[in-house]
Design a protein around this ligand. Structure first.
Ligand SMILES: [Cu+2]
Length: 182
């Protein structure tokens, strides 16, 4: 049987010095078992690390929240609430107490507009807004857009997003307006 000399440094807490502990005649099986044990523990450590990372991700998002001044306001300049419009029509975005900056530009007290079209339930306001047909990004810093909507009633609402599309803390939301498309 093959034998190995394992030299394991052991720290002696009483004297604070590293001593050497020699284990002689450790069989190959024992070494393999030890390797498997370490590998299994590595796998467990990896799983724990992944779980920990998952827990940390929401707080990473939270770290990306940008403060908004108490006085900040978003509002829809046009059309007015209750207006009847012909599609396509122009929607003008208003913002006071803050400035516009394109997506990706991290400057204090700035953001870019997002238009929520027929959104009944607000998306998460602590995560990046996901673009869709109902969540429109104006990441170039636009302050108006032309919308084509089907005939009937539609709701419009603005929400400002920071450089990484996350609403501010606290969120800068306009009132929700309803327009009727002819
Ligand atoms: Cu955005």
């Amino acid at each position: 049987m093959k034998s190995f000399d394992l030299i394991v440094p052991v720290r002696d807490m009483t004297v604070g010095a590293t001593q050497r502990l020699t284990i002689e005649n450790v069989s190959l099986g024992a070494v393999l078992a030890m390797v498997m044990f370490i590998r299994r523990n590595l796998a467990i450590a990896l799983i724990c690390f992944t779980c920990l990372l998952n827990l940390l991700v929401p707080s990473a998002y939270a770290a990306d929240l940008s403060p908004a001044p108490e006085s900040a306001k978003a509002y829809i300049i046009a059309p007015n609430n209750g207006d009847t419009v012909k599609s396509p029509f122009v929607v003008q975005f208003g913002l006071s107490g803050m400035g516009i900056a394109p997506a990706g530009v991290d400057r204090p007290n700035t953001g870019h507009h997002h238009l929520l079209v027929d959104v009944d339930e607000l998306p998460s306001l602590t995560e990046p807004l996901q673009g869709s047909k109902q969540v429109l990004h104006y990441g170039a810093g636009q302050t108006e857009t032309e919308l084509s909507l089907t005939p009937g009633d539609h709701t419009l609402q603005l929400v400002l997003g920071n450089y990484s599309h996350i609403p501010h803390d606290k969120p800068v939301l306009s009132e929700k307006i309803t327009v009727t498309v002819e």
